[in-house]
Design a protein around this ligand. Structure first.
Ligand SMILES: [Zn+2]
Length: 479
């Protein structure tokens, strides 16, 4: 009798222990999500970042001020280990005034603005305009005599799996070597708004690349249909080739039993200058910063260390996250998961797992605690234009928060990416998802999956359609 009774008792104690552990887990995730939903910390920080610092071009005094604001907030939250990690910057770039006019067959100003990390014109220039439409290859350039000295209007488009920004970069090179005076790209934004970007242009584009308001591009094309058109362009950007440094801000919430393993939560604090970089990616920075503050304030210890990284240089070519990977090369085998937020503060759906089909089930299991927030879907889709990319290149499981598109596309890299566009409710939910997911990945008994070998990464990038962007960003040094 005694033995069986003892066995039953032992089994009861064991099951109670499991139930208690489960309840403790539920309790931690509820407390994390509850704090995110009720404290309003992300929204408050974003308002300070956008209204006191504003737009934050990599290498600018504003980017520096943003890094200091983030560091101060982390220290104030009790993170004594919060620190800067500096890396060299090849050049600093400053936007100057940009003007454009039609000088023939009519006289009229047009709305133009420079892309980032592109040179200005050599003073005010007058050039004939040629329309190349939407080329399917940068090799099929018109004869050099048609392009030399002219302003070329062109619509870079996605061709096969090559995104339009890869085509844009290839066209800029081809047009510059044919002697074009400038490349003009019609903006796809509404309300005569312009677009800016430096992806594929850092450290210096080979010729002036200029955004033209959609309405003005349509006028130029109507005029070209009737005869020759001449433009005057005056763009005054400046480069300062340094030496310079930029920095990331990095902080750890130390783990328990598996403290030498790391789950990294990241976002980028650099942005474009025409607005406040509120959605891209101020919202990601605010969510990750608030996640760090919440986890600290709850005095919880996950199995693994949770590292919070605030990158710079994302808009140029993921400079900060690449620098992180180089600096922390020896720890990459112990970097178990990277979670990036950089699609804006819209309603969360789940995570994009960047082609890692082998991790689908494990990711879904770890996202169970955010199912009630509508954020547990797993999308296989891959991209290469957020800070997960340098981690994918070295085989680390790296995922991005997937959100509803909302107004993101019309705000993206324009003058209206401002604080008033952010819905504080959605930012709070995104914060809850990032913080809870960080906990879930960091506290799981097993890592989510293996780091891939060089050959497996190569195959993954081919299969998931990001190989051409990788080649554009990494050039001659593939890792
Ligand atoms: Zn971004």
């Amino acid at each position: 009798m005694r033995r069986p009774r003892r066995r039953i008792f032992a089994a009861f104690v064991f099951l109670s222990a499991i139930a208690a552990a489960g309840r403790a887990q539920d309790d931690v995730t509820s407390r994390i999500a509850g704090a995110a939903l009720t404290r309003g910390g992300a929204s408050a920080f974003l308002e300070t970042l956008t209204d006191t610092v504003g737009g934050r071009v990599t290498g600018s005094p504003e980017a520096r001020a943003a890094s200091e604001l983030i560091l101060a907030a982390l220290k104030e939250a009790g993170y004594a280990n919060a620190h800067f990690e500096e890396y060299p910057l090849e050049a600093r770039w400053k936007r100057g005034p940009a003007g454009g006019r039609i000088v023939s067959p009519i006289e009229r100003p047009i709305v133009v603005g420079s892309y980032g990390w592109v040179p200005g014109t050599p003073g005010e220039i007058t050039a004939p305009l040629v329309d190349l439409g939407a080329p399917v290859s940068s090799d099929a350039m018109p004869p050099a005599e048609r392009v030399r000295g002219v302003a070329v209007l062109v619509d870079p488009q996605k061709v096969g799996s090559d995104p339009s920004f890869v085509m844009r970069s290839r066209l800029a090179k081809a047009l510059a070597s044919a002697g074009a005076a400038a490349m003009l790209i019609p903006s796809d934004k509404p309300g005569r708004m312009l677009y800016t970007s430096a992806f594929g242009f850092y450290p210096k584009a080979p010729l002036p690349v200029i955004s033209v308001a959609k309405e003005d591009a349509l006028l130029l094309r109507r005029l070209l249909a009737k005869g020759p058109v001449k433009l005057s362009l005056d763009v005054r950007n400046t480069f300062d080739t340094g030496p310079h440094t930029e920095r990331n801000v990095v902080v750890d919430l130390p783990g328990g039993a598996l403290a030498d393993e790391v789950v990294l939560l990241g976002a980028h604090f650099d942005s474009w200058d025409p607005a406040q970089g509120a959605n891209d990616d101020g919202s990601g920075v605010a969510a990750v910063l608030e996640a760090a503050r919440i986890l600290k304030s709850l005095r919880v210890t996950p199995r693994r260390t949770i590292r919070f990284a605030f990158f710079s240089g994302e808009e140029e070519a993921c400079l900060g996250s690449r620098a992180y990977v180089v600096r922390h090369e020896k720890e990459l085998d112990r970097l178990r998961t990277v979670l990036i937020m950089d699609e804006g503060a819209q309603a969360p759906i789940g995570f994009r797992i960047q082609g890692r089909a082998d991790l689908q089930a494990a990711v879904a299991q770890r996202l169970a605690p955010v199912a009630a927030l509508g954020a547990s879907s797993v999308l296989l889709e891959a991209s290469f234009d957020e800070d997960h990319a340098p981690f994918v290149v070295v085989g680390v499981p790296a995922f991005t928060l997937w959100v509803e598109p909302g107004e993101y596309d019309s705000l993206h890299h324009t003058v209206i990416d401002t604080f008033d566009k952010i819905d504080p409710r959605m930012l709070a939910v995104d914060t809850a998802v990032m913080a809870t997911a960080a906990w879930s990945f960091a506290d799981a008994p097993e890592p989510v999956g293996p780091r891939l070998s060089e050959a497996a990464v190569e195959a993954l990038m081919q299969r998931s359609g990001v190989a051409s962007t990788h080649a554009m960003v990494y050039g001659a040094s593939p890792r």
